[in-house]
Design a protein around this ligand. Structure first.
Ligand code: MN
Length: 490
């Protein structure tokens, strides 16, 4: 999914009160700020200066233009001078793009000799941004507030995180998910209201026949299979015969799945081991390699996690940490660790080293032994998130985790796996997760953090709960009860 064309519009608040000279200075300073922030090179997306706003008409026009611009992923406002907020009611009321209120100032310091009343009137965001903030709160507009000097790296880091969330929201609104088969029989947490998901997130979740995929697999040419096999050899250690035959079949599955996804413009998919009509193997290597190319995936029909994985991958533009479909599988209770894996489908973007392709029988299902990538996850800070359907609305649960270098070799476990310590610790973290209704399936990412997910949830207007180093279960449960009541009333 190419997100490189997205930009963010900088709209600067002012008014006619101060005269043309001041307005010209506001414009020049604003262009310096936008240019300087872009030139710093650490923002994931470009800022475009869109003008100094003096009237309600101008504000409404720029908000309408932002709504109509596909490349605009969000709007950043800043009041260089005072900008009376009644002027902003019309525009902000119809703004449909993610909004960041940037509380900054052109000059970092107060110039002792130069400061006079003209200077005060020019540089009064301390004053103007309070007026601006009030109207956002009064309108109950979901928006991010970032405070800090525009030329500081720490400030741009905050803006970067929100930009990623806003691009995630933009990508969400056109995301299509292809389902092969339904959810795993009798499973609850992977279910959900697909209409509510489309209203809330824009996700178009639809089904295609597994039989159609089987026909497509059969139609893959030898040349296509060979090209896919060569691509595998570039990135992975591929075994020789007799296991190579199973790898070749995964190559055919990948070519066919990708063709169907691309034909329909889908960036996420699901399947289930209970519905593999006409297929010889559960896609393992095929799914893993597709995930590493940016496609979202959810096992056992889990379209919510498939879509979240695609969204988080889109948020992670330019970062190399890795994002995968994941499942809490088994614990080391002595060490307080969770071992995450799946039957097969863990994305090699989270691998610590070069993955190996291996072929083993699968204890579940009734197909031929599938080829899959086997590797250890990399160490580092990461986040896992789970989107659950609370009935009529969604809740996003995020948990901070610390992934560890493997402490055991596990020579008889032929799947990719990641070992992590949930924060604040396994017992507290798992207790909070289960109280919140979090699933066994998650999206795990080393590239984004809970702040970005919180920003995304605010933009999508859903409940967000976070489990981290300072989580206390008593306070967490109380907050959850209050939050549940608030969100159920909306
Ligand atoms: Mn699963």
């Amino acid at each position: 999914m190419d997100t490189s064309a997205y930009t963010f519009w900088l709209i600067v608040g002012s008014q006619f009160l101060y005269g043309p000279e001041t307005l010209a200075q506001v414009k020049a300073n604003s262009m310096t700020m936008a240019g300087g922030m872009n030139a710093a090179g650490d923002l994931p997306f470009e800022i475009e200066f869109k003008g100094v706003m003096k009237t309600a008409h101008e504000i409404e026009a720029v908000c309408k233009a932002a709504n109509a611009c596909d490349a605009c992923a969000g709007v950043i406002t800043f009041c260089h001078t005072f900008s009376p907020s009644k002027m902003w009611i019309g525009g902000l009321s119809l703004l449909q793009k993610p909004w960041l209120h940037f509380h900054t100032q052109f000059n970092r310091e107060i110039p002792n000799e130069a400061i006079d009343m003209d200077y005060m009137n020019l540089h009064q965001s301390a004053h103007g941004d309070r007026e601006h903030g009030f109207i956002g709160t009064r309108l109950r507009s979901p928006r991010k507030v970032v405070v800090g000097y525009w030329d500081d790296e720490s400030t741009r880091r905050k803006i970067s995180g929100w930009m990623r969330a806003a691009v995630g929201a933009t990508v969400s609104r056109s995301l299509k998910v292809m389902r092969f088969g339904d959810n795993m029989r009798e499973v609850a947490v992977t279910e959900g209201d697909k209409i509510e998901a489309q209203i809330r997130f824009g996700w178009q979740v639809n089904t295609w026949p597994v039989g159609q995929l089987a026909e497509r697999i059969a139609a893959v040419t030898d040349a296509e299979e060979e090209a896919q096999l060569e691509a595998y050899r570039e990135d992975y250690d591929v075994p020789d015969e007799p296991d190579l035959a199973a790898v070749r079949y995964q190559a055919r599955e990948q070519v066919a799945i990708r063709a169907m996804l691309d034909d329909e413009g889908c960036f996420a998919f699901t399947n289930t081991f209970q519905d593999l009509h006409g297929m010889r193997q559960l896609p393992g290597l095929a799914t893993q390699d597709l995930m590493s190319r940016g496609y979202g995936y959810g096992g056992e029909g889990d379209w919510k996690t498939a879509a979240m994985t695609a969204v988080v991958k889109a948020m992670s533009r330019g970062l190399g940490g890795g994002t995968s479909f994941m499942e809490d599988y088994t614990y080391d209770l002595a060490a307080g660790l969770s071992l995450g894996a799946h039957m097969l489908e863990v994305c090699p973007s989270v691998a610590a080293g070069r993955p190996m392709v291996r072929v083993h029988a699968l204890g579940i299902g009734d197909r031929e032994p599938p080829a899959r990538l086997v590797f250890e996850g990399k160490p580092g800070s990461a986040v896992v998130c789970s989107l659950v359907d609370m009935g009529g609305r969604f809740r996003l649960i995020a948990q901070d985790i610390v992934c560890l270098a493997p402490t055991q070799t596990m020579p008889n476990l032929p799947v990719a796996r990641v070992m992590w310590k949930p924060l604040p610790d396994l017992e507290t973290g798992a207790e909070a997760w289960i109280i919140a209704g979090g699933a066994h399936h998650t999206t795990l990412s080393y590239d984004i953090d809970a702040d970005i997910l919180r920003d995304w949830a605010r933009i999508m207007d859903i409940e967000f709960v976070h489990i981290g180093s300072d989580t206390d279960v008593v306070a967490f449960e109380r907050d959850l009860m209050i939050s549940d009541a608030v969100w159920n009333r909306r």
